[in-house]
Design a protein around this ligand. Structure first.
Ligand code: NAD
Length: 482
């Protein structure tokens, strides 16, 4: 039972504002549920407009001194943060397993990734460099310098809370900005535990603040607050579009990392074992609740049957056991709302004539890995993001088909192609409408220093150490007449 295996039962979580635990002004808390069986495993503060305002004020106050912190100080804090995470990794893993139903392998992956994010952000602090610029005026020395922008609002999704809470806080902090974090209401514990980590690492009060609560109720207050200079958001395209409009209206910078319906192509000449393994990893990791998940697979007709057979067998063989068993791949779907969406997509496809090559069944809150063929544009699963372990496999004839079908989507986050033909690989990589493309590798891939992000409805702007220096600092042009 989930409640028996929960290792993270704890006292109510308050906000973290200005280096203090702060009770919600409403006095209300909401229940944090273990998605294995929806049992309560704790409570978190239900934030209000007043709480958001207090957090932004604290961040604005802290910015007045933190903006002048030395690179070596920020570097030391972020290196120390990595050390503490490495030391306390089991605590973070336990939260990821219990709070969001991460199989332990995925939880460990998050910790490893977060360590690289902290270390890469430590390096950012020394790279806030400027330029000297030639001047048209005799005797005028011209240069430009960068300065931190101020308070950054960071809003995160439920699915990779450690990766996103770390990345969306350590990059702004590495540059001398301050942060108000609003984590997903389904994953408030990680953001909160991170506050303790940053405090131990020596981060000054008010530089990292956390307000928990329902994003629908308090998100707009955060996004539009006059002191907030930038919103860095990761979540669904619907909420992202809403934030995009508010940021445009209120003159805020933004990066938006949104939903996906990523394509994966398998050509006749592909290494079949590699392609099947890549497709399995791309859609079934964390039971398909990953933005870069390849939920559309296009297979050249010469190997279509062979691929469908191998892929379906592999899907049926994935373990849905104890989340703390490293062999487990499939855990529960996060919430009843999300389970409803996954169920609807499968049932709609089945009712309209799609063939279930694998899965379609549920084991309590877990959806078993589901492989569909015969999917048509009339089915919901054809174009919409399911955000579950559900994948449609389609036959194609040529590389042109692969490109055209891949681009027939309003999303454009990640893409993958398996082929041994360099020309096909390169054409696909250059012509697919996607922020990221991987040849002979999974569609799920991320590193701290690469330009991570999507096109079309999958996002706006890019995350990454270089990209965040551009996004989270302000240029100033200075001249000196000699
Ligand atoms: P979601 O959009 O429902 O919620 C994300 C966050 O937005 C939550 O913290 C929520 O409280 C907040 N929110 C809701 N309304 C808001 C408002 N009006 N103003 C500000 N914030 C508000 O997404 P989710 O279900 O938590 O996550 C799944 C989605 O995230 C999927 O679509 C997935 O593809 C996407 N995602 C994208 C990436 C990426 O890098 N592109 C990474 C992970 C997840």
């Amino acid at each position: 039972m989930a409640s028996e295996s929960s290792k993270t039962q704890q006292s109510p979580i308050d906000h973290w504002i200005g280096g203090q635990r702060v009770k919600p002004t409403s006095g209300k808390y909401f229940t944090i549920k273990n998605p294995l069986n929806d049992s309560g495993m704790g409570e978190a503060a239900a934030g209000s407009v007043e709480d958001v305002n207090a957090a932004v004020e604290a961040a604005q106050k802290a910015f007045q001194s933190f903006r002048n912190s030395l690179p070596k100080e920020r570097e030391r804090i972020l290196c120390k943060a990595a050390e503490i995470l490495e030391r306390d990794r089991n605590e973070f893993v336990d939260i990821l397993v219990d709070e969001i139903g991460s199989p332990i392998k995925k939880a460990n992956f998050e910790v490893e990734k977060a360590l690289t994010l902290f270390r890469a952000a430590a390096g950012m602090s020394r790279n806030v460099t400027g330029k000297t610029i030639p001047s048209d005026v005799p005797g005028k020395f011209s240069m430009s310098v960068r300065a931190p922008i101020g308070v950054v609002a960071a809003i995160t999704p439920f699915n990779v809370p450690l990766i996103k809470c770390v990345r969306l806080s350590c990059n702004p902090i590495g540059l001398g900005n301050t942060v108000v974090m609003m984590p997903s209401e389904e994953a408030p514990m990680i953001a909160n535990r991170l506050a303790k980590l940053y405090e131990e690492a020596g981060l000054p009060e008010g530089v990292y603040n956390v307000v928990t609560g329902n994003g629908y109720e308090i998100g707009d207050t955060l996004t539009t607050h006059p002191h907030v200079k930038m919103v860095t958001f990761t979540g669904s395209s619907v909420v992202g579009q809403h934030i995009r409009e508010l940021c445009a209206k209120h003159g805020k910078r933004m990066t938006l990392e949104l939903g996906g319906k990523s394509p994966l192509v398998v050509m006749d000449d592909a290494d079949m074992q590699q392609a099947v393994a890549g497709a399995v990893q791309s859609i079934f990791m964390y039971q398909g609740q990953v933005c870069m998940g390849a939920s559309r697979v296009y297979v050249q007709q010469g190997v279509f049957d062979q691929f469908v057979k191998g892929f379906s067998q592999a899907a049926k063989g994935l373990q849905a056991g104890d989340l703390r068993d490293p062999a487990t791949m499939i855990g529960p779907i996060i919430s009843e709302r999300q389970r409803g969406r996954v169920r609807d997509h499968i049932e709609d496809a089945r009712d309209k004539g799609a063939k279930l090559e694998a899965g379609g069944d549920w084991d309590e809150n877990r959806c078993l890995p589901t492989v569909l063929t015969g999917v048509t544009p009339q089915m919901t699963v054809y174009a919409q993001e399911t955000f579950g372990p559900v994948v449609s496999v389609y036959p194609i004839k040529t590389i042109d088909d692969a490109i055209a079908e891949s681009n027939d989507s309003r999303f454009g986050l990640s893409a993958a192609i398996f082929t041994t033909n360099i020309n096909d690989a390169m054409r696909y990589a250059l012509e697919v409408e996607s922020g990221m493309v991987h040849v002979n590798g999974s569609s799920l891939h991320d590193e701290p220093h690469v330009p991570f992000g999507g096109v079309k409805d999958s996002g706006y702007g890019r995350e990454g150490t270089e990209e965040d220096i551009e996004a989270m600092t302000e240029w100033k042009w200075i001249t000196i007449q000699m």
